[in-house]
Design a protein around this ligand. Structure first.
Ligand SMILES: [Cu+2]
Length: 315
């Protein structure tokens, strides 16, 4: 009798869990227009002709929960010259169907279930992919784990997204993008030394946190060819989650290699009892010294809105 009651309670509890999982999964509408335009590529306001998702580099941040369905529509603007496509690395679909290129003035729509948690790049896959990515056609999708936060994947005090991309010289030929020739600088969230007032007097932004806070950085390598040796100068990555998946944990990491079109989540905690700064770099110096340095300031004056309330990509 007692066992029966227990069994019934467990069945009810499991049923309720299954119910809540079904109820919680949502359909998330994502609409992105492709726009070929001049884009500001540094803190001084210089522009270059680029190809973009939504007019910005990186494109809009997409954030869903594991199990959600992404209902995606892409409009390739009629004033554009090129065919474009969308390749979500978080999707398991057909490259010849969902990811097929669409001509200017045309629309492409498809759906996928985001079943793997983590941080993923999305990018244009149109021919030649090297030029489409090299001209800025990429962005980020975060798929939050359905289990939520845990002891192994604690809720961060602040979250930031950093995307490292190439800046090729204006007029670079398509075949040179493929050979990685003509690269002149590195972009962090679309600008050279975007968050580095130390190396660029025109920089007005830096990442911010209060001393002792847990900061989680979702880092995406959107370069065409180069890997990134991701290192926080004057700090240690407390945890690295490869691909941003809470199951892939490494502890106490100094430098973490992120392949092209790969991503990871990096936790860092600054000392509680003093103000400090980190310089988050691609430790391949040719990339750091041409734009891939980001300053993280840890002090009591940190803007409470930065890295919170959806403010993950500082623009
Ligand atoms: Cu494209």
């Amino acid at each position: 009798m007692k066992n029966k009651t227990v069994l019934r309670s467990i069945t009810l509890a499991l049923g309720a869990l299954a119910m809540s999982a079904v109820v919680q999964a949502e359909v998330v509408k994502v609409d992105i227009s492709v726009i070929e335009k001049d884009v500001v590529i540094d803190n001084a306001g210089n522009t270059q002709p680029m190809w973009t998702f939504g007019g910005e580099i990186p494109g809009p941040l997409v954030r869903v929960k594991q199990g959600d369905t992404v209902d995606f529509t892409m409009v390739n603007g009629k004033d554009n010259k090129e065919s474009h496509s969308m390749d979500f690395h978080a999707a398991v679909v057909d490259v010849l169907d969902e990811f097929a290129p669409v001509k200017p003035g045309k629309t492409k729509a498809f759906k996928f279930e985001a079943n793997h948690p983590g941080v993923f790049i999305y990018h244009c896959g149109s021919d030649a992919m090297s030029e489409h990515i090299g001209r800025g056609m990429y962005g980020v999708i975060i798929v939050d784990p359905k289990e939520g936060y845990s002891a192994d994947y604690p809720k961060p005090d602040r979250e930031y997204v950093l995307v490292q991309g190439d800046l090729f010289k204006e007029g670079t030929k398509t075949e040179d993008y493929t050979k990685n020739e003509g690269k002149q600088a590195n972009l962090i969230n679309g600008k050279v030394f975007h968050y580095d007032p130390v190396h660029d007097a025109n920089a007005s932004l830096a990442l911010q946190s209060n001393p002792g806070e847990l900061v989680r950085i979702f880092f995406v390598n959107a370069q065409v060819t180069d890997s990134v040796a991701f290192h926080p100068i004057a700090g240690i990555w407390d945890r690295v989650y490869d691909n941003g998946n809470p199951k892939n944990i490494s502890h106490g990491i100094q430098t973490y290699m992120v392949a092209p079109a790969h991503a990871a989540a990096f936790d860092i905690v600054s000392p509680k009892d003093r103000a400090t700064n980190n310089a988050i770099v691609d430790h391949q110096m040719k990339n750091a010294l041409t734009g891939a340095i980001t300053v993280l300031m840890n002090n009591d004056e940190a803007d409470p809105k930065m890295g919170r309330e959806g403010n993950l990509i500082l623009r």
